[in-house]
Design a protein around this ligand. Structure first.
Ligand code: 4AD
Ligand code: MG
Length: 450
């Protein structure tokens, strides 16, 4: 494709320019001098390459310009691309010209170790570091894989609003704001309810955008603002929903393996673990999972009235926390879907299991290697009266859900969907320790700057 905007040779494409003279535009990652040689590690956003300047080959001005460069100085470097097997990118640049845009002074992030707090305060600069750069490129690939998957499988993108008049995922994590004369509005926790309306109009849809939860918990996997993709499909039952979720996750992981080899190498990721992510994944019901926990004597710590703690068998009906999920996943080398959870621990919109009314047709996908839940989904309650009963049972304002109930009055059909958390998925695939590293500017209970 030819473009009319200015195009530069990108470092990631240098291997197809061997022998040519090119100009690279970027920033200095590192610089060392050895006698008549100056080595500049240049990064341009696409990658990093070593540029070698041999002083006798250039004018004194050019050598001086190169000599003035400090970490993160902005610079255009012209030179000849040479094949170099020892380089991670397979090439080096023999420098013929240097144009300095700005000499950077006292760049705060130096090659020495910095504490996480310091790095978080300097997130706007930290993003330039090799590891963060690699994570962001994987994130971009994950998002592309998601879009390609849905666009290529007959789904239509239908954006859901961010200001909403009601809760979707429980009332305890809502961000509130005043909305002119109309009272309170809430930042959406999930685009699902609108995706359901969209699915009744377009059949197979997905909504993809930022979602918000006033999470009070400081964990390695919670953000207050995160990105979620939510497919919703008319005439899909829970099994169809689980099949789709497996297809999507396999596609994402295989796409990243195919397109992000360099990034995964930079991150030191064990590729074999990702290569194993092939359908079919594992599946078990919530009830089977509880039986497994108790058979394997994975106890639950329970606080007593007097403050002491005792260990008990896992009681059927309680929601799993991270410890149970991690224990269950220890045995698996690829994701596992847990389905048919107790009604009381899941959202009001989930359809009751006709075979056991104490459970709903819910499913969560847990990822291996301690990654935890990456997907939550369900078949939706499609019966008007049952849904109304659940809304009233949860003390939700019926008024605000009138439009949602309408969907059960005018051509109601079985339908299902799920939400995949982008950051949870990127955290798993990159092996990042903490979710704050996998979104450009994380929003957490204790951080809103930068
Ligand atoms: O399981 P959740 O709450 O499901 C829903 O919101 C449904 N309405 C989705 C649907 O059926 N359309 O959230 C879905 C996923 C989780 O599995 C997790 O990956 C991610 O969203 N997620 C979070 N990611 C980061 N920080 C948080 N605080 C998150 N809460 C949920
Ligand atoms: Mg969930």
């Amino acid at each position: 494709m030819t473009s009319r905007y200015k195009s530069y040779v990108a470092i990631e494409d240098l291997e197809s320019h061997i022998g040519e003279t090119v100009t690279l535009n970027g920033w200095v990652y590192d610089k060392t001098e050895k006698g008549k040689l100056i080595f500049i590690k240049l990064r341009d956003g696409s990658g990093t390459v070593q540029c070698v300047l041999f002083k006798p080959n250039v004018s004194e001005e050019i050598a001086a310009a190169a000599g003035s460069l400090s970490q993160e100085s902005s610079v255009s470097i012209t030179g000849t691309v040479r094949s170099e097997q020892r380089s991670p990118t397979g090439v080096e640049l023999d420098v013929t010209d240097v144009r300095v845009w700005q000499v950077s002074k006292d760049y705060p992030i130096t090659p020495k170790e910095h504490g996480v707090e310091f790095l978080m305060e300097h997130r706007h600069l930290w993003l330039r570091s090799a590891r963060q750069h690699a994570i962001m490129r994987v994130r971009s690939a994950v998002v592309k894989a998601i879009r390609d998957f849905f666009d290529g499988n007959g789904f239509r993108l239908m954006d859901s609003p961010i200001f909403t008049p009601n809760a979707c995922e429980g009332t305890s994590t809502l961000f509130e704001t005043e909305y002119f004369d109309l009272g309170k509005a809430y930042l959406t926790q999930s685009g699902q309810l609108y995706a359901e309306a969209s699915a009744m109009a377009l059949g197979k849809v997905y909504t993809f955008g930022p979602t918000f939860r006033a999470e009070k918990s400081k964990t390695r996997r919670h953000l207050t603002e995160f990105w979620m993709v939510e497919p919703e499909m008319a005439y899909f039952d829970l099994n169809d929903d689980m099949d789709l979720a497996e297809d999507l996750v396999e596609y994402i992981v295989q796409y990243v393996l195919k397109t992000c080899q360099r990034e995964l190498a930079t991150l030191g990721r064990d590729i074999s673990k990702l290569e194993a992510v092939r359908r079919p994944f594992y599946r078990m019901s919530y009830t089977e999972a509880v039986e497994w926990l108790n058979k394997n004597e994975i106890k639950l710590n329970r606080k007593q009235a007097d403050g002491s703690e005792i260990q008990i068998d896992f009681p059927w009906g309680e929601d799993f926390g991270a410890p149970q999920e991690e224990a269950i996943m220890q045995q698996f080398d690829k994701p596992c879907i847990i389905h048919r959870y107790p009604t009381e621990v899941k959202a009001f919109y989930m359809k009751r299991d006709p075979e056991n009314v104490k459970t709903v047709l819910a499913m969560d996908m847990l990822a291996p290697e301690g990654a935890g839940e990456i997907i939550g989904g369900s078949q939706r309650e499609d019966d008007h009266d049952q849904l109304l009963e659940r809304i009233l049972h949860e003390n939700l304002p019926q008024e605000a859900f009138q439009w949602y109930l309408d969907l059960r009055k005018f051509g109601s059909v079985p339908h299902s969907g799920f939400g995949l958390g982008v950051e949870r998925t990127v955290k798993w695939i990159t092996g990042a320790e903490h979710i704050r590293e996998v979104i450009p500017f994380p929003r957490m209970i204790y951080r809103i700057v930068p």
